[in-house]
Design a protein around this ligand. Structure first.
Ligand SMILES: C[S@@+](CC[C@H](N)C(=O)[O-])C[C@H]1O[C@@H](n2cnc3c(N)ncnc32)[C@H](O)[C@@H]1O
Length: 326
C-alpha cells in the first residue's frame, strides 16, 4: 500500500484489488487466492462474508496488518505460514514454519492406507469368531504437522497411532493438531530418528506386540542438488529437514524400508509417498530385501507415480518365543 493511500479509509473491494495487483506484480503464483486468503485472515471472516460486504471499511489496524502480510507474501513467505493454517483431508491444520505445509497429493497416501486395510477399517477381526479382536497399530514416520496421523486417527476410530519426528518443534505443532481434532488420546508422539526408538524397544522387549500393522510415511525426498530448482516459497521458508532426504534424495527411503522390515507384523503394510523421481529406487530397495509382496504404485491426479505400498511377507525374526500378541 502506498504512503498516500495509507491514511485513507479503504474498503474490502479496494483492499482486494490493491492486494491482487501487488502480489501479481511480485510474481506470486495463485495471486488472487493469496490476496483473498490474507484478507479473510486479517478480517477473521470467510469468503462469502467478504464478497457480501465489499463496501465494509477496514480499521487502520486491519489495513496495516494486511499491508504487512502482502509485503511478506510478495517477498516469498507462503500464505499458509502467514495465516497459520492449511486444510488437509477436510480438516484445518495449524501450520508454522517448523512444519511442512501439508500438500493435497499427500491425501492420496491416506486413500491407499484405507484401501489396503479394506474392510478391517481399523479393527482386527478375530478370524475364528468374526468379532473385533485387537486395535491396529499404525506408525506415521516424519509426522510434521501431524496431518497423516490425525487424518488416519479420524478415519480409523479403533487404531492406535504412533507419530515420529526428528524435530521437537514439529512435534509440538502435531500435538496441538491432534488435540484440535480430538485424536490426542490415540496418537503417541515420539521424537526419534525415523523408527529408531521402536527398534530399540523391540530389541529390548523382544515382543511381537511391539510390531506395527501399518507404517506410513511422507519422508523428506528432495536431493540436496535440487535445492536451487525449488520454488523460493519452499526453498527459503519450509524446514530443510522436511525437504531434503540426502545427497541423492532417496536415503531416507533406504533406512526406513530396512527398519520397516523389522517392525511390521506379517501382512503388515508399508505405504510411502514418492518423490517425482524416486519410484524406481524405492522399488529396487524393496525387491533387494525380498521381504515384500503385493507392491503397488498409484499415481496422483497429475498422473505422477505418488504412492508405493507393499506388504510384509512374514513376521520379522524375534530372538525368543514370546510371539503371542495380546
Ligand atoms: C516431507 S515432511 C512430511 C510432514 C508430514 N508428514 C506431511 O506429509 O505433511 C518430512 C518430515 O520428516 C521429518 N524428519 C526428517 N528427518 C527425519 C528423521 N531422520 N526421523 C524422523 N523424522 C524426520 C521432518 O522434520 C518433517 O517433519
Amino acid at each position: 500500500m502506498t504512503t498516500a493511500k495509507k491514511n485513507q479509509a479503504v474498503d474490502v473491494r479496494a483492499s482486494l484489488k490493491d492486494g491482487l495487483a501487488r502480489l501479481r506484480a511480485a510474481g506470486v503464483p495463485s495471486s488472487t487466492l493469496a490476496a483473498e486468503l490474507l484478507l479473510m485472515h486479517v478480517l477473521g471472516r470467510d469468503r462469502a462474508w467478504m464478497y457480501a460486504h465489499s463496501e465494509a471499511v477496514l480499521t487502520p489496524a486491519e489495513a496495516d496488518r494486511y499491508a504487512e502480510f502482502l509485503q511478506r507474501r510478495a517477498s516469498g513467505e507462503p500464505t499458509q505460514y502467514l495465516t497459520g493454517k492449511q486444510e488437509f483431508w477436510g480438516l484445518e491444520f495449524e501450520v508454522t514454519p517448523a512444519v511442512l505445509i501439508p500438500r493435497p497429493e499427500t491425501e492420496h497416501l491416506i486413500e491407499v492406507v484405507l484401501e489396503r486395510l479394506g474392510d478391517e477399517r481399523g479393527i482386527k477381526i478375530n478370524m475364528r469368531t468374526g468379532a473385533p479382536s485387537q486395535t491396529l497399530r499404525i506408525a506415521d514416520v516424519g509426522t510434521g504437522s501431524g496431518c497423516i496421523a490425525v487424518a488416519l486417527a479420524r478415519e480409523l476410530p479403533h487404531a492406535q497411532l504412533f507419530a515420529t519426528d526428528i524435530s521437537s518443534d514439529a512435534l509440538a505443532v502435531a500435538q496441538r493438531n491432534a488435540i484440535r481434532h480430538g485424536t490426542a488420546d490415540r496418537i503417541q508422539l515420539v521424537r526419534t530418528d525415523l523408527l529408531g526408538d521402536f527398534l530399540k524397544r523391540k530389541h529390548a522387549s523382544n515382543d511381537a506386540a511391539q510390531l506395527f500393522d501399518v507404517i506410513v510415511s511422507n519422508p523428506p525426498y528432495v536431493a540436496r542438488s535440487e535445492a536451487k530448482e525449488l520454488p523460493r516459497e519452499v526453498r527459503d521458508h519450509e524446514p530443510a529437514a522436511a525437504l531434503f532426504g540426502g545427497p541423492a534424495g532417496i536415503e531416507m527411503y533406504e533406512r526406513l524400508i530396512e527398519q520397516a522390515a523389522e517392525l511390521l507384523a506379517a501382512r503388515g503394510i508399508l505405504v510411502l509417498e514418492l518423490g517425482y523421481n524416486c519410484g524406481e529406487a524405492v522399488r529396487t530397495t524393496l525387491s533387494r530385501q525380498g521381504a515384500w509382496a503385493n507392491v503397488s504404485v498409484s499415481g496422483d491426479l497429475a498422473g505422477i507415480p505418488r504412492v508405493m505400498a507393499a506388504e510384509r511377507v512374514r513376521e520379522p525374526a524375534l530372538n525368543c518365543d514370546r510371539r503371542a500378541r495380546a
